[in-house]
Design a protein. Sequence first.
Length: 279
Amino acid sequence: MTDAIHIQQPLPSFCVQQFHEEGYTSVPTFFSSLEIDAMREELDRFCRDGLIRNVATDDDGETHSKHVHNLQICPIAPKSDFYRSLPFHPLVDGAIGQLIGDPFVFYLDQIFLKPAKTGIGTSWHQDNAYFKVSDPTKGTAMWVALHDANLENGTLHVIPRSYLETYDHGRDPKSDHHIHCPVPEERAVPIELPAGGVAFFNYGTAHSTKANLSDQDRAGLALHFLRTDFIPDHVLDDSKPRRYAHITGPRATGGVEEYGSSIAGTWDNQVDRVLSRAE
């Protein structure tokens, strides 16, 4: 079985207060070392199986670069039983409930892998420029450091209280599909985390990552959650494939409704399975 999760209680009150006031917070120790080992092993599988791709372009938004890299897999859940079980993790569910309230849904997941020396950042943006939720404070990203994340390797940066502002977004010429926006960078705060640490930021908080100048690869996992009562109408359209899963509330079935089988409670077994595969 996995070793003990380090945080046994809900998020401390000062983290919840910081999230509500500043739009973000972070916790340096959240997942166990074995859980992070399993996350990285599954990422290695994605790379071996060709499931992760370079979205960086030669400053034209179209021509994929052969010199710099921003490797992405999105969404993850359809491709991984392991990562599909993570949103049902009791510790994750407790933290998300504290920050945005219940009931909520799992909305999206993705990993960015920045190779050593050639990994570029993901440009400044607000997630709500993609999601278009009526109140961006009702959704949150959970950004997980899969490796130690620091200034040298281009860790996550945020603009505190930027959820109170709206920035003009346009196509990012350094990516084949991303958008970006100008921000007051003098207000930017870097979030340095050891592997297993997490940052939370609401959908209106402008954020970015920087280039990886170190000798080691660095990856970040982002899971997005949203209060159920704020799912946009265009997402609720039954004629389109559902991309969200009910985690709490009266419609929560532990994954049966969304995935055809019970997913809740399988995380520890999934960790053991992935680690056994790596032996």
